[in-house]
Design a protein around this ligand. Structure first.
Ligand SMILES: [Zn+2]
Length: 87
């Protein structure tokens, strides 16, 4: 009677062990996928055109520059009113 019980245990173990191995492999595969999903792709830095102030020569982003009627870029309204430097 004990023989059959041992055979039954071995047969059950052989049937279930491949499924257990597959389940373990799936768990191992899911872990790296979850970690990579949290870290998104690195976004490239935003590149903006730089312009030089026509009065003092300081560089600033084109979107922050003050423009006069001629289209020259200035760092501030005060330098725009002062106009381009003579030298
Ligand atoms: Zn300036």
């Amino acid at each position: 009677m004990l023989k059959y019980l041992l055979i039954a245990v071995v047969v059950v173990w052989l049937l279930y062990s491949p499924f257990l191995r597959k389940a373990r492999q799936l768990k191992r595969k899911q872990r790296p996928a979850a970690t990579t999903a949290t870290t998104g792709p690195a976004q490239p830095p935003q590149v903006e055109d730089m312009v030089a102030c026509a009065h003092c020569g300081v560089h600033l982003p084109a979107s922050e520059a003050c423009r006069d009627t001629a289209g020259r870029a200035y760092c501030s309204a005060a330098h725009r009113d002062a106009g381009p430097s003579s030298h």
